[in-house]
Design a protein around this ligand. Structure first.
Ligand code: NCD
Length: 305
């Protein structure tokens, strides 16, 4: 039985197959409409979510399957003190596959040790968010036609942003990737990722504070929200939250073919005035999230269509 804890759980070749399947699902929805009939997905969400939970659920519905679960720790027995390992044992009785989001790093890993069903890590604290990474890879491959040979700007909360951490792990496996890390000093990418991932793979990167300095040289800009819930005090958050605001004026500095991605939710870091810019790809990205999760569910359940 296979789980998804980190984007590295799939080889580059397996990821290609997964993305091909997602593209086929987009083109031939009807072919897959009954693929998961009689199967149930449990969504165990101990932390807020809109896209990740709903896109897993939409994916399962699109495959003809069923969905059950909870959307906050308060509404589950976690509020009574139940452990993750007991909860996953229960979910294994009710469902065939589960997606878990948890504020604690490593909680889905604990779950998969006690699970009788495949577990998908739907975000664990500031650590990893592999299904967002699958979404991002599919989006980049679909928009740019490739995954290597490009300069990618990662902007915002690089310290706590788990989507950025997972994406870096996944992208360093492709040739010709360069990163421009754009963040305030306090929210720099953790040194363990710089050393253990970027330096180890000899991936070139530079760190800058001003978004304007980076924009002209990017093939892709990945914006992120300042992760309010991971700050230890409100004052620091308030000081950081509007550090970057991508607006129409700044977009004038960017190449014509530089797409803007964002895992969403956005707060203020992307002005709504650029939503209609053809380079703004974040809503399209959310749509790709459904197709890649359909492909993931089918693959983990080992169902062939
Ligand atoms: C991200 C997350 O939860 O880490 N959201 C998402 O799943 N699309 C990004 C965020 O919350 O900022």
């Amino acid at each position: 039985m296979r789980h998804l804890m980190s984007p590295l759980d799939f080889s580059v070749e397996e990821l290609d197959k997964l993305m091909d399947l997602a593209n086929d699902m987009e083109a031939n929805r009807a072919k897959y409409a009954h693929a998961c009939e009689g199967k149930t997905l449990a969504t165990l969400f101990y932390e807020p979510s809109t896209r990740t939970r709903l896109s897993h659920e939409a994916a399962m519905f699109n495959l003809g399957g069923n969905v059950l679960g909870f959307s906050s720790a308060d509404s589950s027995s976690a509020a009574k003190g139940e452990s993750v390992s007991d909860t996953i044992r229960m979910a294994s009785c009710y469902a065939d596959i589960c997606a878990m989001r948890h504020p604690k790093e490593g909680a889905p890993m604990v779950a998969c040790r006690h699970a009788a069903i495949p577990v998908i890590n739907a975000g664990d604290g500031g650590h990893q968010h592999p299904t967002q990474t699958l979404t991002d890879l599919l989006t980049i491959r679909s928009l740019k036609g490739r995954l290597g040979n490009m300069t990618i700007g990662l902007c915002g909360d690089l310290k706590f942003g788990r989507t950025v951490h997972s994406l870096i792990h996944a992208l360093v496996r492709y040739p010709g990737i360069r990163f421009v890390l754009i963040s305030p000093e306090e929210l720099r990418l953790p040194s363990y990722i710089r050393a253990d991932v970027l330096d180890k793979h000899q991936v070139p990167y530079e760190e800058v504070v001003r978004l304007e300095d980076a924009l002209p040289k990017l093939d892709l800009l990945y914006m992120t929200r300042v992760q309010k819930e991971r700050f230890f005090n409100e004052e620091d958050y308030v000081r950081m939250k509007d550090f970057y605001i991508l607006d129409a004026k700044k977009m004038e500095l960017a190449p014509e073919d530089m797409y803007v991605l964002h895992p969403l939710p956005r707060v203020n870091e992307i002005s709504v005035e650029i939503d209609d810019d053809p380079r703004a790809a974040y809503f399209k990205q959310a749509q790709y999230g459904v197709y890649i999760r359909m492909a993931l569910i089918l693959t983990l359940l080992e169902i062939e269509v």
